[in-house]
Structures are given as C-alpha cells and as structure tokens.
Design a protein around this ligand. Structure first.
Ligand code: ADP
Ligand code: MG
Length: 545
C-alpha cells in the first residue's frame, strides 16, 4: 500500500533550488549523508544505554558505502537509530529549521548565482543528495520497531511511502546518480576512488567505521576513515582543513569557522575540548528555541547535543565538543547542571572564549569586526547575565561612538582619549545612530569635546541599567539625572518661569529646571537616574508589561 505525499512548501522550494542550481562543490552531499549516519549511530548507542529493554544489536555499528557501477547507484547505509514512518514525514518531508522562510525570501530577491552562497550559509543536509541524484530511495527501520518504511522521490514536489516488512535496522539511502556526472572522472560517484577520496577529505574524523563495498573488492572491509577524534590529537598534527570539516559536522554549518579554541584539563577533572567561533550568526540566534552548540562526549563516546550545562546562553553561538573523562554515559541534563566537574569546565570554557575574543580584538581586527558584527549583540547579553565576567566582557566589547563615524571603539581606547576633567564614560541609547546624534542631550558634550557612546542595540538598553562602571571609571547615561559638566554658571531670575512651567506641565513631567547641558536647543527631556529609558519603556509596553 503506497501513498504519495507532498513536500511542505518550504521544502519544495529548497529542493527546486538544489535540483536546478549549479554547484561548484557537489562532493559535499556525501559529507552530509555520512554526518547524518554518524548522528544516527550516536543516538542508537545512547538509546541502548538508557533503555536496556531495547532489542538492538550494537555489536557492529558502522557506515557502509555501496556502489553499483552498472546500475549507477551509491548507497549510504547505517545500522543506527532509524526513523518511523511519521518521523520520515516530519524530518525528511518538512524543514523545521528556523530561518528557512527568511532565507527563501532572500533567495527570491537575489540572483541565481547567489543561491549557492545562501544554501552554503544555511546548509540543508539530506536534500543535498539531489545535487548528484535524479532519484533517491531510502529504506529505514526505527530501532525496536517491527516494520520499516520505503521512501522515494525525484525531488519534484512529492514523495512516496510504502511499508517494508523485512527492512534491516537503520537507514539505507540509495542515490540514482545523474548520468551527466559519469563523464566527469573526478566526480563520478559510482567509482570507488572518487568516494574514497571524498571520505578521506570530509569525514576522516568520524568515529564510526566507514566501509566501502564496491563489488570488485568485496573482501576489503578496512575502514576508509582513520577515526581519530580530532580533539585528542596533538594540535600540530591537525590541519586547518580537518578542523573545518569537523566544525561543519558538529555545527551543521556549511561555512568555515572564524576561530578554533582548545581546552584541556588534567588532574582532578580530566577533559579536552575543541571549540569554534562561527563566522556568521546562526539563523536562530535570537529565536526562543535557539540551541547551544556544544556536544558532550565521555571518553570519545557521544553523550549529548546542545549541552546547555556547559555553555551560558550568551555564548550559545560557540560550537564544538567537550570530552570529559569521569562522567557516566547515561547522565541526564538535570544532573549535569549540578555536576562539579561540568561546572568547572564551564567556567574554563567561558574564560577561554572571552580571552579568544579579546585576543582577536587586539591582534586580528578584521576577524574581530566579523565576530562583533555577527555575534556582538548576543555576546553583550553576558553583561546582564554573567556578573562575574562583566569586566572581561566589557573589555572585549566595542561600541559606536561620536569619535568616529564608522569605527567602533573599545572602552579602553575611549578612556585613553578622555580629556582632563572628564569623569565618566558617557553614553546615550536610542533606536538609531542618526536619531541619537541629533539629540539635544549631546550638544553640551560635543561642545566640551567629550566623546559619547551611541548605543543602538535593544540589549544596550538593558545592560546599561545594571553596569555602572568600567575599569574604575563610572558609566553615565547623558539622558538621565543631572549630568555635571563642571561649569555650573546657572543664571538667576528664572524662578517664576520655572514654577509656572512646572504647574502647566504637571501631568507630563516631574520637574522643570535650568540646565547647562544644552547649547543650541531650548529644552530637552531627561529621566531620573533610576528611570527606564524611553526605548526600554516602549519595549516593555510592547511586551504588555
Ligand atoms: P540536520 O542533520 O541538520 O538535522 P538533515 O537534512 O541532514 O538535517 O537531516 C534531517 C533529519 O533527518 C536529521 O536531523 C535526522 O533526524 C533525520 N535523519 C537523516 N538521516 C538520517 C539517518 N541516516 N538515520 C536517522 N535519521 C536520519
Ligand atoms: Mg545532517
């Protein structure tokens, strides 16, 4: 009994792009399929630890690549967790990735040539098979389930599903290779040498054995991959390209990482970590379901994705792996939150990331600019949520200021420019640089040659409320309180006017007073030191508070 089902609309559009765009590097489809197979094996091993009643054979977990030169097929097979029928519909038939709609909108607006770039930023895993195949079949059976399912599609709008009585456990994906690639000897995926080369290049570090079965040399079952955990190898032996491919595997990102970081601890707590800063903001960075991208391993064995106990939320963009020696394999997320070892590693990890960002700021301005432009807004959340590291976060941050129209400044550089007599780091928050720069509040500061930070991110409204100094120098909003600029030459004889204005405006303002902060505007509104800023007030109102 076979049924035909339509792909979800977003999935359909992405598939159209996969099928009809031209790619410079189609080989990556294999990396994606192997990466999925590896994840499926990780999940099965974990599941078998947690659920002792699960009837599965975990004695020979592996990935097989089987080629048929005559039929021109390539099959990627794993004996991992598998999928139920409903999971196939949900995971393969739809795209749940946040940001999909936004990416498709950008694609519609951009030229055909940029489709590859956009897909490159987004990454679409399984669908990349349609770069090299004009028909894809999949047979999968969920671990423990009696029956499997057969899926098939040409990628054009619909797929078919059919129950399979005797499917082996796990997933086998068969690609019916496009005829046009047969002429290109470097990209003929029915040839063993081609596939061996791609596995070495993209998937060597995969910890499960990857075996090549190609008819001719049936006896050859040595894994193609060396299976060495990258984080356990001496850094000098690991090439940049290996790091990049490993990053892509753990992050599900298709781009290169911006920076690599290593962690290691010996003694009481033994652990190793290999972490990355991405070169662009993940699509879900500011969505509620945003995930934290560090995987936890215990002695080379995968334990969990998105280990939130290891990474504070403001560093959720950090990707990679932490391998801890002394944890139980079936540790739960709740227990991890309390674990002393994990807490110690988390502390080190945070310090390492902050040091790395600071080092980029000092030594690699280009990279730092990329980091800051993409991820600075998330990073600054730490000023609110991580008081212990506040000073280090501030020091690694940078801000637009009146000093330069296009270069951000660090607070340290700001302090070095402070003229004699200036007592605080001044800032003003608002919706945009131009609206702040034209604000009457700034006039007197400009006249005195005092620099003012121009803070326009929403998060700036919040952290400036809790951070009161940097490196011994107070930070002060120029829109709040009675900012003392030192020349209190307040003219007299305005009492009647002020009290009249105070009465007239009683419903709207608390007080009317003379000010030395204006030079050309006749009046401006200021808040009390404890008040919410106008933008924050708007935000709270919008949230219904
Ligand atoms: P991603 O790996 O980024 O989630 P993919 O398009 O590569 O995206 O895969 C989508 C989902 O399909 C995976 O998250 C997984 O749940 C499921 N899946 C894909 N391949 C396999 C497989 N070999 N075994 C089990 N599940 C799989
Ligand atoms: Mg994938």
């Amino acid at each position: 009994m076979s049924e035909t089902i339509e792909f979800q609309a977003e999935a359909r559009q992405l598939l159209q792009l996969m099928i009809h765009s031209i790619y410079s590097d189609k080989d990556v489809f294999l990396r994606e399929l192997i990466s999925n197979a590896s994840d499926a094996l990780d999940k099965l091993r974990l599941e078998s630890y947690r659920d002792k009643d699960l009837e599965v054979d975990t004695s020979d977990l592996r990935i097989e690549l089987e080629q048929d030169a005559e039929a021109r097929t390539l099959t990627v097979r794993d004996n991992g967790i598998g999928m139920t029928r409903d999971e196939v519909v949900e995971l393969i038939g739809t795209i749940a990735k946040s940001g999909t709609a936004e990416m498709l909108r950008q694609m519609r607006e951009s030229q055909e040539a940029q489709a590859e770039d956009l897909i490159g930023q987004f990454g679409i895993g399984f669908y990349s098979s349609f770069m090299v195949a004009d028909r894809v079949e999949m047979v999968t059976r969920k671990a423990g389930a009696a029956e499997g399912v057969h899926w098939e599609s040409t990628g054009e709008g619909t797929y078919t599903l059919e129950p399979v009585a005797d499917a082996p456990q796990g997933t086998a994906i068969t690609l019916h290779l496009k005829a046009e690639d047969a002429e290109d000897s470097l990209h003929d995926y029915a040839k063993p040498d081609v596939v061996r080369r791609i596995v070495k290049r993209y998937s060597d570090f995969i910890t499960w054995p990857i075996r090549l079965l190609s008819g001719e040399d049936e006896g050859d079952t040595d894994p193609v991959n060396s299976r060495k955990a990258l984080w356990a190898r001496p850094p000098s032996e690991v090439t940049d390209e290996e790091l990049t491919e490993f990053y892509r595997h753990v992050s599900h990102d298709w781009q290169e990482p911006l920076e690599t970081m290593r962690l290691s601890g010996e003694g009481t707590f033994e652990y190793q970590g290999l972490l990355f800063l991405p070169s662009h903001a993940p699509m879900d960075l500011f969505m509620r379901e945003a995930r934290r991208g560090v995987q936890l391993y215990v002695k080379r064995v995968f334990v969990m994705d998105d280990c939130e106990a290891l990474v504070p939320e403001y560093l959720r963009f950090v990707k990679g792996v932490v391998d801890a020696a002394d944890l139980s394999l079936n540790v739960s997320r709740e227990i991890l939150q309390q674990d002393r070892q994990i807490q110690a590693i988390r502390k080190r990890l945070v310090r390492k990331v902050l040091q790395t960002v600071k080092a980029l700021q000092e030594n690699e301005p280009e990279k730092y600019r990329t980091f800051w432009g993409e991820l600075g807004r998330a990073f600054k959340e730490g000023l609110i949520t991580d008081p212990d590291n506040r000073e280090a976060i501030l020091a690694a941050s940078s801000f637009p200021s009146t000093h330069s129209a296009d270069e951000d400044t660090t607070l340290t550089a700001y302090k070095e420019r402070m003229p004699e007599g200036q007592e605080a780091i001044y800032y003003l928050t608002g919706a945009s640089r131009s609206s702040i720069e034209n604000s009457p509040h700034i006039e007197a500061f400009r006249a005195k040659g005092y620099e003012v930070l121009l803070l326009t991110d929403q998060v700036d409204e919040v952290w400036t409320d809790t951070v009161s100094e940097f490196d011994g120098t107070p930070m002060a909003s120029i829109a709040k309180g009675d900012v003392d600029l030192g020349d209190e030459d307040v003219p007299e004889g305005f009492d009647d006017l002020l009290s009249w204005m105070g009465t007239e405006l009683a419903d709207d303002v608390k007080e009317v007073r003379l000010s030395s902060r204006l030079t050309s505007s006749p009046a401006c509104l200021v808040g009390d030191p404890g008040d919410l800023s106008p933008m924050l007030e708007k935000m709270y109102r919008a949230m219904g508070q």
